[in-house]
Design a protein around this ligand. Sequence first.
Ligand code: FAD
Length: 387
Amino acid sequence: MNPSFGTYQLAEEHEALREAVRSLAEKEIKPYAAEVDENERFPVEAHNALVKAGFAAVHVPESFDGQGADSVATCIVIEEIARVCASSSLIPAVNKLGTMPILLSASDELKQLVMPSIASGEAMASYALSEREAGSDTASMRTRAVRDGSDWVLNGTKCWITNAGESTWYTVMAVTDPNAAKKSAGISAFVVHKDDPGFSVGPKERKLGIKGSPTREIYFENCTIPESRIIGEPGTGLKTALRTLDHTRPTIGAQAVGIAQGALEAAVEYVKDRKQFGKSISDFQGVQFMLADMAMKIEAARHMVYVAAAKAERGEPNIGFITAAAKCFASDVAMEVTTDAVQLFGGAGYTRDFPVERMMRDAKITQIYEGTNQVQRVVMSRAVLNG
Ligand SMILES: Cc1cc2nc3c(=O)[nH]c(=O)nc-3n(C[C@H](O)[C@H](O)[C@H](O)COP(=O)(O)OP(=O)(O)OC[C@H]3O[C@@H](n4cnc5c(N)ncnc54)[C@H](O)[C@@H]3O)c2cc1C
């Protein structure tokens, strides 16, 4: 027998971390989740609590005064926050998304400029890849960066930027060589600060879910930054942006698992309490089988997310398939499970008196952002066909 077989389990530290985050989330995040959604406001209570406990950006390495949490631990933090409030889970998730290009490819000087402020919670980071005309087709972006002496000057508009307006730092992908033979090789990545001249943010999008997490356009009008703010070499920006997604798709999977887990738990509590035909509806096998399927799918999704995260952590090559699969599977599960949870609540599930309708609305975005689930299937099928 393979002696390593018995080690297929989370470390004790991971389970202890889960308990700590769950306890904080129950006490300091859950009580505000419905009202944050209702009023479409940033979850300041969650942000303060996460910063205080050191959970706002757990992935930041210890060398930058961070917690140095591994990828699986980061997923557990995001999952446990999403179990009570998906909007709040975007604080650690997007801090990782916004800083991963820096951690992967930036100079030491640039890392030193940004990372300690993220670790302390003084600042948050956003990731700016998408544009109105360049969503799934990222290489078609139009935002331009032009060298001017010892500066770079950016012009253009990015859209759908999570936590824009709240973040201090923005990693921005822009075209530096419009004549590159391959469009993707003409794109570079930069770090922009909210106070840089020529940078501004637009109004909040009016969304179906994750209403506590602001999503805005960001504008660059002759936005001027020092040349040291380029991430890596010119022309490597899209590569860095896509490598980033290999590391962060598991975090979206984790968010999806957390949302689904929250919905399952709410449904279990409700069906035990609710009586029809003279008995608890949990006595009906039709209801029991729905719960069994929900729990089964969540468990499968959770394992896939942790495996994808662990492979990313170990720096394994060719993780495109597993990270896309984890994000795609977990988000499809979250959509199914939250829809079933609303169903199990009957009419009550359709009201804002219970959390499951919010969870169903929040689940939907996990099938769309960081690459739609069709795009994940493009990534997976390419890997299947090409080995
Ligand atoms: C709330 C929210 C937050 C976001 N946060 C960020 C962020 O922080 N940073 C950032 O850069 N972006 C962010 N995004 C953008 C997000 O990643 C894009 O919306 C997503 O990648 C899809 O792009 P699109 O909206 O332009 O859709 P489109 O690309 O126009 O897609 C429309 C439809 O066509 C399908 N489609 C497109 N191409 C193919 C294909 N080749 N094969 C099959 N089907 C295809 C899609 O799957 C989709 O169903 C966010 C979006 C939202 C809604």
